[in-house]
Design a binder for this molecule. Structure first.
Ligand code: CA
Length: 343
């Protein structure tokens, strides 16, 4: 009887340890996925931005900037040299308020705010060649390589077929589990969407699959409303560098992203000595726009417990298997019995 209790106790202990460590692993994973990392911007250089541009959409393409500007009666589509000089510009109809801007092949797609119309412009001569219709408001637009990605002022982001503008899927954007709306000018790649949060100095980086915000970027150091209007322009150049501007701002800034955590004295010295792309602070490491939290000490302890448990249970299983063999097949594993099997 005691032997049976002993054997069952060992099985229960193994099961308990494995279940506990699995739960710890799950909780730790959830924690790392759920918490958005706080970032700040560091200015690398700046260039002139036309301060009559009420910026609503911005992108780089083959060394030139393309910009959509808003306000009824003043909205435009512009091609801008890197030094800020406007090369070409075309005016929208007086009843159209320019919004997000993206490019598909040799055509620029420009949203309008409440006119339910996306304008299709030929890149070569800025001729208006067509339009798409959509429901709701038009805010931000970007191209992730396969879809046009569009915001409409709500927490929903739609992925649209670039050939007919039909919605193929949607995500709900959340920050730390709460819905986040007012997502304005956009920029995107295959995995992430960057969005200005309307009337703030914040940009959020959104997971394109889940809608969860994994980075919150504080760009208030650029001056915000002090430049003439709200932050509202995100674009990556051909080197992958981020450029930011805002409505009627006189400057556009190339920036790098850094962790918002206050550096220690030693790390301050490292930063001042012009450390490049890789920043390490506390328990976090960051390489440009791809930052993740390192596992804390507790995780390594948990991994050790898992390995020990698995090894112990495997050893017990092997021993029991050996015990169950006919006596003439046994090799001399041990002289004593660790566990007696009463079967
Ligand atoms: Ca953009």
């Amino acid at each position: 009887m005691l032997k049976a209790i002993h054997r069952k106790s060992v099985i229960l202990i193994c099961a308990f340890l494995l279940l506990s460590t699995a739960q710890i692993t799950s909780a730790e994973s959830d924690s790392q996925e759920g918490a958005a990392i706080q970032m700040v911007v560091k200015v690398i250089e700046n260039a002139t931005h036309q301060n009559d541009a009420f910026t609503q959409g911005l992108l780089w393409h083959q060394g030139m900037m393309y910009e959509s500007t808003g306000i009824y009666g003043e909205s435009t589509l512009r091609e801008v040299f890197p030094n800020g000089t406007v090369n070409r510009s075309v005016e929208l109809a007086g009843d159209q308020f320019g919004e997000g801007l993206s490019i598909v092949g040799e055509q620029l797609i420009q949203l309008t705010w409440k006119e339910n119309t996306a304008l299709i412009w030929n890149l070569s001569d800025f001729s208006l060649v067509g339009n798409f219709s959509y429901d709701g408001e038009g805010w931000g637009l970007c191209n992730n390589g396969t879809s046009l990605v569009m915001s409409d002022g709500t927490s929903q982001i739609d992925f649209r077929n670039p050939t007919d503008f039909s919605i193929t899927r949607s995500i709900n954007v959340t920050l730390d589990g709460e819905e986040l709306d007012r997502l304005n000018e956009l920029e995107c790649d295959s995995d992430h969407i960057w969005a200005n949060v309307f009337q703030t100095d914040e940009i959020v980086r959104i997971n394109s699959s889940t809608g969860a915000v994994d980075q919150v970027i504080d760009a208030s150091s650029l001056g915000g409303e002090g430049n003439g209007g709200h932050l509202n322009g995100i674009a990556f150049d051909s080197d992958g560098d981020m450029w930011l501007t805002g409505k009627n701002w006189p400057k556009i800034f190339e920036v790098e992203l850094e962790l918002a955590i206050e550096p220690s004295d030693n790390e301050q010295e490292t930063t001042e000595s012009n450390q490049p792309a890789i920043h390490e602070t506390g328990s976090q490491s960051c390489t440009g726009d791809d930052c993740e939290e390192d596992a804390p000490f507790g995780v390594y302890v948990m991994y050790g417990v898992v390995l020990f448990t698995a090894f112990s249970c495997a050893a017990i299983g092997i021993f029991k298997f050996w015990r169950a063999l006919p006596s003439n097949e046994k090799k001399p594993l041990s002289q004593g019995n660790v566990f007696d099997d009463d079967e």
